[in-house]
Design a protein around this ligand. Structure first.
Ligand SMILES: [Zn+2]
Length: 365
């Protein structure tokens, strides 16, 4: 995503809401008490729904795709996606819902027309594409995100937090105005107080400084889990960035590895929630992405205005308020609907505060 800054601004190769006639309010089912949102930056629907693609592995002179091909290649798309993201395709696909599978005649897509990170996250969290958000610059978001809005609702005040390596996240959430705690960059644990929080911040700095904007995803996830254990948030957002970064570097092997580790992180968060009395059976999970990527071996590394295939996304939902319908068929949803969906899952109507936001994705049966 930070690459998009260079691409958008220096090289200028930058990296429509669905009608829901039969919309059923998510509140028709018992709402969750808490919600956790996890995004995987720039993970394509192609890998999400069909796993690794053999054409993308780098091959040696004998034609071998090496360890990555051994780890992720299987004979069928169903086996390949389960090898890539086992928690998503065992637990969420059976107990929750997955939206956007073209093989099921479904479509999930952006409405911002720019197909890179800040416009994607703003659409996702504010519920509407805003043409003023047209770069990855560190500009405070004029829009109110669902995180900021929930943080002002009774029962949620001071119980909303966000974590993400990318140091633009505090601007996307307008942390100065929203006062949301944001663990980011080389301070994954904001206001570190516990020995573990201090150790996580040390670890972030002790790892190789591979990206200037922030560390690998792991310390960010550890910081979010520590926040969950000690601060008991009702709304927790975790932005995972590595999928996008390794893709920009053309490292298909590490792109796949980042997706697998993201699945491990999601499973760990879910397992942790189910071990906590205040969260078990009372917490919904939302998983999605900020944009897709190019659809060929030539442009899969990229996304943005010149890569229209990057419009396509995917979404997954699990927990109270989400009927166990598995892979949704014949359904269209937009990324702008995610904000109202997050609120609806905890029994709140985001469109009361932000009327221009797209309606929630109908998740009740
Ligand atoms: Zn990117």
């Amino acid at each position: 995503m930070h690459r998009a800054i260079t691409r958008c601004l220096v090289l200028s190769i930058v990296c429509t809401a669905a009608s829901l006639a039969t919309a059923v309010p998510a509140a028709a089912q018992p709402a969750a008490k808490n919600v956790v949102v996890i995004t995987l930056d720039g993970l394509r629907w192609q890998e999400f729904f069909a796993g690794a693609d053999r054409d993308y592995f780098k091959r040696d002179k004998n034609g071998s795709g090496g360890p990555a091909e051994q780890r992720f290649w299987r004979d069928t798309p169903a086996e390949r996606r389960s090898a890539l993201m086992p928690f998503v395709w065992t637990t969420i696909a059976t107990q929750g819902q997955i939206v956007g599978d073209p093989a099921a005649n479904s479509r999930a897509h952006l409405t911002n027309g720019l197909w890179f990170s800040y416009p994607g996250y703003s659409e996702l969290l504010a519920g509407v594409a805003d043409p003023r958000i047209d770069s990855n610059n560190k500009v405070p978001n004029p829009n109110v995100t669902v995180l900021e809005w929930l943080n002002a609702r009774p029962g949620f005040a001071g119980r909303v937090a966000a974590f993400g390596s990318w140091d633009v996240l505090p601007f996307i959430l307008n942390a100065e105005r929203s006062k949301l705690p944001v663990g980011t960059s080389y301070t994954p644990s904001p206001n570190a107080q516990t020995p573990r929080e201090r150790a996580i911040n040390e670890l972030a700095t002790d790892l190789p400084r591979y990206w200037e904007y922030g560390p690998f995803d792991a310390p960010i996830v550890y910081a979010a889990l520590e926040h969950l254990a000690t601060k008991r948030p009702r709304v927790l957002y975790i932005l995972l960035g590595e999928t996008d970064e390794w893709a920009h570097e053309g490292r298909y092997d590490l792109y796949l590895d980042a997706a697998l580790r993201a699945d491990r992180f999601i499973e760990r968060v879910w397992t942790t929630l189910q071990s906590m009395p205040d969260y078990a059976g009372q917490t919904a999970l939302v998983i999605t992405t900020d944009h897709g990527r190019g659809a060929t071996t030539k442009d899969w590394m990229d996304h943005g205005r010149d890569v229209p295939a990057a419009e396509r996304t995917w979404m997954a939902f699990l927990g109270p308020g989400v009927a166990p319908m598995g892979i949704r068929t014949g359904m269209t949803a937009t990324t702008s609907q995610v904000a109202a969906t997050i609120a609806a899952l905890v029994g709140e109507d985001f469109r009361q505060g932000v009327p221009q936001a797209a309606p929630a994705v109908p998740l009740a049966r």
